[in-house]
Write a protein that binds this ligand. Sequence first.
Ligand code: MN
Length: 231
Amino acid sequence: MLNLWGALLIPALLASAGNSLAAPDRPKENAMPFTLPALPYDKNSLAPHISPETIDYHYGKHHQTYVNNLNKLTEGKPEAGKTLEEIIMSASGGLFNNAAQVWNHTFYWNCMKPKGGAEPTGELAEAIKRDFGTFAKFKEEFTNAATTLFGSGWTWLVLENGKLKITQTSNADLPMKHDQTALMTLDVWEHAYYIDHRNARAKHISAFLDSLVNWDFVSANLAASKAKAGK
Ligand code: MN
């Protein structure tokens, strides 16, 4: 599973080695091709912003179910030998939805860390100033996008044609289907916040921006994307 993520997740995963919720998956004789990646931090460590109960359901039930469904849908088919990204880029319907939700959730968990938030630095901070004016304006635009997304979906910071942009996607949709590189995401499906905040999505958004964002991961994604583009 980890190799599907290439260089993108490696810095974050290395940084958090030895501090993960679940034991690493060990190869089994009848191993399914897709597995649930370990959380990059302890399930108690995002509290009080995200409770361990939310993690138990969101990671342990929802994310796990997308992995299980993906294995069921690809069993005995050529897709079982494909990477997650290859399936996302070619599939539709239930297969796309489950593959994309596996990718989205793994990416989301890595966008957070205990005692995160604050402000980005370096090249990412400069790019935010260049494309949004100020960090405060960026936060305002991200908050607005996350607040106004109707129904279930995701709010993203993406790189598109060398510029940062905030986008919304519905359900399982994701930036790679739109020629964009994902840098950061917030899950705004109700299952992401209902246990902790009930219907108050605004509290979920502000907790993410003020106390949880792992800007090192977002910066690493920007650097990896630029390296890939040969800039
Ligand atoms: Mn979710």
